[in-house]
Design a protein around this ligand. Structure first.
Ligand code: NAD
Length: 296
């Protein structure tokens, strides 16, 4: 049994922390929200009075925070994790953040003799609750092996992507593919409607032809062909458009910083930004089809 500090007990972090409690670990939770702290305690977790207290007590620290600025502040800020954790502490940041921040925090942790991985997830709230998340992990082989013991409790698929920052790189590259391909599939359905081609026929043909992709066959953006997709539930998420926009913006930041040409990624970010600004942000990201049709 380990003593684990868990910071960020929100929609994702809350259930992830509880899975660690259920596996028999002592989990000291910390969140700015009283409601999140109360929910953690009600499920058998313990409350930490501050980040500093949590860090001093923990063998392992997991963070699940909104963005890079929160992660940098919690790790590197005054009274933060790095000033208070014991040497040798294992740190796992599962937030989705920019690659540069992930690399900077990891370097600062290693400089103080700690092990750290960036381990963003896919699988959403259902995956967090069910312990079936996919973790994309960046860090040394030694840090990965140490982290895997805990990631196995919270997830089903754990992949070592490479050195520090490559977990975040994998997450944003994958989601850039997803955002672009969802727009491509949606445009095809809108064009098919205008051309009098039945949506089921397009699905049947393209799902077994060269247009086949996950956005079509596992997450079809129009109702009917695939009963499990959010299109059949009036685009209730699923994966909210605001989250997709966040990841597409991170991909653009990384592309600018690394000097990579990603013109379709830039266009996808612009289209999701328009969709979110016109009322789509809380809808599933496949609702972009309504925006492209002019009916959102
Ligand atoms: P959330 O807003 O529900 O939770 C974030 C929590 O962090 C909140 O409870 C907030 O109070 C807490 N917090 C913020 N600043 C803090 C601080 N300084 N100290 C302590 N607590 C602080 O967000 P979420 O949906 O749980 O997402 C967390 C991360 O996971 C994000 O980076 C997100 O992009 C990523 N993610 C989310 C999903 C999803 O489906 N929700 C899927 C994959 C990845």
């Amino acid at each position: 049994m380990s003593t684990i500090g868990f910071i960020g007990l929100g929609n994702m972090g809350g259930p992830m922390a509880i899975n660690l409690v259920k596996a028999g670990h002592k989990v000291h939770g910390f969140d700015l929200s009283d409601a999140a702290m109360a929910a953690h305690e009600a499920e058998g977790g313990e409350k930490a009075a501050s980040v500093a207290d949590l860090a001093a007590a923990a063998d392992v620290i997991v963070t699940m925070l909104p963005a890079g600025k929160h992660v940098r502040q919690i790790y590197e800020g005054e009274g933060g994790i790095l000033d208070n954790a014991k040497p040798g502490t294992l740190m796992i940041d599962s937030s989705t953040i920019d690659v540069d921040s992930a690399r900077a925090v990891s370097a600062a942790a290693e400089a103080r003799g700690m092990k750290m991985v960036d381990a963003p997830v896919s699988g959403g709230v259902a995956g967090a609750a069910g312990g079936t998340l996919t973790f994309m992990v960046g860090g040394s082989a030694e840090a990965f092996e140490a982290a895997k013991t805990y990631l196995d409790i919270m997830g089903k698929t754990i992949v070592h992507a490479g050195d520090a920052g490559t977990g975040q790189a994998a997450k944003i590259c994958n989601n850039m593919i997803l955002g672009i391909s969802m727009i491509a599939v949606s445009e095809a359905f809108v064009l098919a409607e205008k051309l009098g081609l039945d949506k089921q026929k397009l699905f049947d043909i393209s799902s077994t032809a060269s247009g086949q992709c996950w956005s079509l066959t596992s997450y079809c953006p129009v109702p009917g062909p695939l009963p499990s997709s959010p299109a059949n539930r009036d685009y209730q998420p699923g994966f909210a458009a605001a989250m997709m926009l966040k990841d597409l913006k991170l991909a653009q930041e990384a592309a600018n910083s690394a000097g990579a040409a990603t013109p379709l990624g830039a266009e996808a970010a612009a289209l999701y930004s328009l969709f979110c600004n016109t009322g789509g942000e809380a809808q599933d990201f496949s609702g972009i089809v309504k925006f492209l049709r002019g009916t959102s």
